[in-house]
Design a protein around this ligand. Structure first.
Ligand code: PLP
Ligand SMILES: N[C@@H](CCOP(=O)(O)O)C(=O)O
Length: 472
């Protein structure tokens, strides 16, 4: 299995090369040359299996024998052994035919752990096999950074640099990144927003000398392995609800478009999915794009679901590439237009193809608060603001198609955003026991201006220092 870039100007790579590369050298995102496909009987047989078994079945075809089967199984089992729920990603019923998929039972209480716990093991395995070191870089609006730091802290082969927007993540999210005492972890608060941080990471990859010297490896959902690992829970949850014998819809709280893209990949692999519902907060570039056919950047609004305060929705590029029949030159044109003028048009054919599978709703701040309050009042269930955005959108689709079960992805634990929950319900969720001392620990982080050169110099100096220490 080879992986190709959406911009068509980078050579195809193997799974391991794609894993270690993150972003393609031409600035594009990798996708497999073809999608493995499961029959309905194969999908039906996934029902009742442990999460790790389903993960192995779904992920192995993408690895295509590059990692020995026993080693891959052991990494997958180890990745999910530490989750606080035996099902890893259990379903909770919220209303008739409306469910929440709890993806927050990993160490940092957000869905990012599901992929990151495996990604760190895969990267560590690949680096050891090659005798290499890598510099892990990531941009975060709060959750990816915490998950990456937790998954990579203390590993000998890597340094981890995480850029987050200064003052724009919750206190719990920030402390999860800044209180980890490990020499290889570097939390950097930049004076900008998430889109600035993500643009900086992409620019680092375009800096060829730096990329090669430091062995840069990206762990945002630009990394294909993140998407594959996130595909698994669409299968496990559909299987619990009677899929593939009946179609299921999913409502996914969306920012960088990685999680909902994983649902689309599951559908391409044969999982019967009725609707894929893009649920955004007031940062509504995707609902606007689907409604108008123009993808146009606006200003970033700070909301109570800060992890989705994103305008540049990176993985939308992967869907556009598919909707354009894999026409890389069309994609290059659109991305150049986005760079130059902040927008591009989506022609009727691709737009109709996207609309045929996706709905998109923007949920306001008031609606988010109402959803948290309603779910608590009617179901006695606390949801975090991101999950509330998903549930609110799920109710809209459910009203149109009440016969089809709909699953809202529960992307974060309510205790990560206690202020928003308390305002909506009066209840203040407590952190699980393993994080009970989070607010007693000392914080370590650096504040840098939103300046590419300065951030590059900082990363280079720190990475050189630790790799010298590792060599001595
Ligand atoms: C809690 C939470 N929900 C939803 C999202 C949006 O997911 P995606 O960026 O994959 O669209 C994020 C960030 O990515 C998140 O941290
Ligand atoms: N919401 C994310 C933003 C980055 O998303 P990713 O899935 O591309 O890593 C975060 O919390 O950091």
């Amino acid at each position: 299995m080879k992986y190709i870039s959406t911009r068509g100007e980078s050579p195809p790579l193997s799974f391991t090369e794609t894993l270690l590369a993150g972003l393609a050298q031409d600035g594009g995102l990798y996708l497999p040359e073809a999608y493995p496909c499961f029959s309905q009987d194969e999908i039906a047989r996934l029902a009742g299996k442990p999460y790790a078994d389903v993960a192995l079945a779904v992920i192995a075809p993408f690895v295509a024998g590059e990692i020995e089967a026993g080693a891959l199984r052991r990494m997958i089992e180890a990745a999910y052994a530490g989750f606080r729920h035996p099902a890893v990603a259990p379903l909770a019923q919220i209303d008739s035919n409306i469910f929440a998929l709890e993806l927050f039972h990993g160490p940092t209480l957000a869905f990012k752990d599901v992929a990151m716990q495996l990604l760190a093991r895969l990267i560590d395995h690949a680096l050891k096999a090659r005798g290499q070191r890598a510099t892990i870089v990531g941009a975060t609006s709060g959750d990816t950074g915490a998950a990456a730091i937790e998954a990579f802290r203390g590993l000998d082969q890597v340094d981890v640099f995480i850029l987050y927007p200064h003052g724009r993540v919750s206190d719990v999210q920030r402390r999860q990144m800044t209180t980890v005492d490990a020499d290889n972890v570097h939390a950097i608060a930049i004076e900008g927003n998430f889109d600035d941080a993500q643009a900086c990471i992409k620019a680092l990859f375009n800096h060829k000398t730096l990329r090669d010297e430091l062995g840069l490896c990206g762990v945002n959902s630009i990394n294909w392995a993140r998407i594959v690992a996130q595909t698994v829970y669409y299968f496990t949850s559909a299987a619990v609800l009677g899929g593939p014998r009946r179609p299921i819809s999913f409502a996914t709280p969306t920012g960088n478009f990685g999680d909902i893209l994983a649902g689309w990949i599951a559908k391409r692999m044969g999982l019967p999915i009725e609707r894929l519902v893009i649920a955004t907060n007031s940062n509504d570039i995707l609902p606007r794009a689907l409604a108008s056919g123009t993808y146009a950047l606006g200003g970033v609004h700070a909301t109570q679901s800060p992890s989705m305060d994103i305008q540049v929705s990176s993985n939308f590029e992967r869907l556009l590439f598919e909707a354009h029949g894999r026409d890389a030159s069309a994609l290059r044109g659109k991305m150049a237009s986005l760079q130059q003028s902040g927008s591009f048009a989506i022609e009727k054919g691709p737009l109709d193809a996207i609309r045929a599978e996706f709905d998109a709703f923007s949920v306001s701040e008031a609606e988010t608060t109402q959803e948290i309050a309603r779910t608590w009042r009617e179901s006695g269930y606390l949801v975090d603001p991101h999950t509330a955005v998903g549930l609110s959108a799920a109710r809209l689709t459910h009203a149109r198609e009440p016969e089809t079960p709909i699953v809202a992805l529960g992307t974060a634990h309510p205790a990560k955003f206690p202020d928003a929950i308390e305002i909506a319900t009066g209840a203040r969720p407590r952190l699980p026991g393993h994080l009970a001392d989070l607010f007693d620990k000392e914080e370590h982080f650096s504040i840098l201006p939103n300046d590419q050169r300065e951030i590059e110099r900082f990363i280079q100096a720190r990475a050189r220092r630790t790799s010298k220490r590792a060599a001595s």
